[in-house]
Write a protein that binds this ligand. Structure first.
Ligand code: NAD
Length: 257
């Protein structure tokens, strides 16, 4: 098991107990890390506080990733409380529902801007703020979550696919910028899991069925499998990897049809 004793991490993207970011937070907490966990807006605060009660002395902070002041406040609190940072888990994504219902060609300028800002730009904003705190620790690891819709067309995934393509390109550019500071940046491309965000994608049950029928492992995946891979990327075992997209999808992405 990965040992994260004495390490400090930031986890962005917990909405409820099904969130992939929550599975990663739990695994990191069990591995001994102390965590800052953020919530998006008051609507989610109570949920996230209740979950965070299961962690050791967590920092629970508001963070809407479209708000630079909130992002800055998160890192000020981390600086004050932790004095440095070893890892960031980025699991924030959003596209307006209409963009997932209409044909992709109807994508609006506003919907495109929102999806790309929340789901891709936010990684850059967080990485920039994390950098000095990680440099103080001699390096760090940043992990984000992506989906196959970045490189293949999936029904209704639409502008989220474009946002994930931007996110994955961002991973590579950030890896190049931050590598000299021994900060690694990687993505996990997860198979579909029933979460709040996934429930917003029309036809999700069809996706899940396709994985059960056609993935090499003939099944879907669960959040704990994503969390195990995140522990690998955060911990010492992943020290030689950066700029990578690792698939945790029962092998689905290798299939032609
Ligand atoms: P989720 O709904 O639990 O998590 C999405 C999170 O994004 C929520 O916590 C939400 O609060 C946050 N978010 C949205 N807008 C935000 C904003 N403006 N500021 C801050 N946070 C904001 O769903 P999830 O499936 O756990 O999603 C986590 C990540 O995993 C996403 O990037 C998603 O695209 C990715 N992913 C999910 C699946 C899946 O099938 N569930 C598969 C591959 C990748």
């Amino acid at each position: 098991m990965t040992d994260l004793a004495g390490k400090h991490g930031l986890v962005v993207g917990v909405a409820n107990k099904r969130s992939l970011s929550w599975a990663i937070a739990q695994a990191a907490g069990q591995a001994g890390a102390r965590l800052a966990v953020t919530y998006q807006g008051e609507r989610l605060e109570e949920n996230v506080r209740k979950l965070a009660d299961q962690l050791q002395s967590p920092l629970v902070l508001p963070c809407d990733v479209t708000d630079d002041a909130q992002i800055a406040a998160v890192f000020e609190a981390i600086d004050r409380e932790f004095g440095g940072l070893d890892f960031v888990v980025h699991g924030a994504a959003f596209a307006p529902q209409g963009e997932l219902l209409n044909p992709f060609v109807e994508t609006s300028r506003e919907g495109f801007r929102t999806a790309l800002e929340v789901s891709a730009y936010s990684l850059i904003a967080l990485a920039r703020q994390a950098r000095p705190l990680m440099e103080r620790r001699g390096g760090g690891s940043i992990v984000t979550l992506t989906y196959l819709g970045s490189i293949r067309v999936l029904p209704n995934y639409n502008v989220m696919g474009v946002a994930k393509a931007a996110l994955e390109a961002g991973v590579r550019y950030l890896a190049s910028d931050l590598g000299p500071s021994n900060i690694r940046v990687n993505a996990i491309s997860a198979g579909p899991v029933k979460t709040l965000a996934a429930a917003g994608i029309p036809g999700l049950s069809g996706f899940l069925q396709a994985y059960r029928e056609r993935a090499p492992l003939r099944r879907g995946i669960d959040a704990a499998e994503v969390a195990d891979t995140a522990m690998y990327l955060i911990g010492p075992a992943g020290r030689g990897m950066t700029g990578e997209v690792l698939f945790v999808d029962a092998g689905y992405h290798v299939m032609g049809v």
